[in-house]
Design a protein around this ligand. Sequence first.
Ligand code: ZN
Ligand code: ZN
Ligand code: ZN
Length: 110
Amino acid sequence: MKAIEELGGPFTVEELTAVVPGVGRATVFRTVKLLLESEVLCRMTLEDGSIRYQLSRGEHHHHLICSECGAISEFSDPELDALIHQNAEIDGFQLDSHSLELYGRCARCA
Ligand SMILES: [Zn+2]
Ligand SMILES: [Zn+2]
Ligand SMILES: [Zn+2]
């Protein structure tokens, strides 16, 4: 947790592994997975396909990702989630989870 706080922004498993000497990548990966499941961390896919993690606000939410400066803001929308569930379940699909990332430019970069 100290290493995660020191990294500050969104990090990759590789970046986190680099700042915890003596801890193997597999252990870091397992820990990240645990923190993800307990909603301490949230996970996002950047536009280039790389996966990053950051401290979560602790409830289900979505991400707005700035392609210029990398700033990430979060939003929750129960109505949108209801719509996603509705759409997924039309053909009997059983939805376990979903994530939503919106890419563009933040107010400062736009
Ligand atoms: Zn988040
Ligand atoms: Zn920006
Ligand atoms: Zn959602």
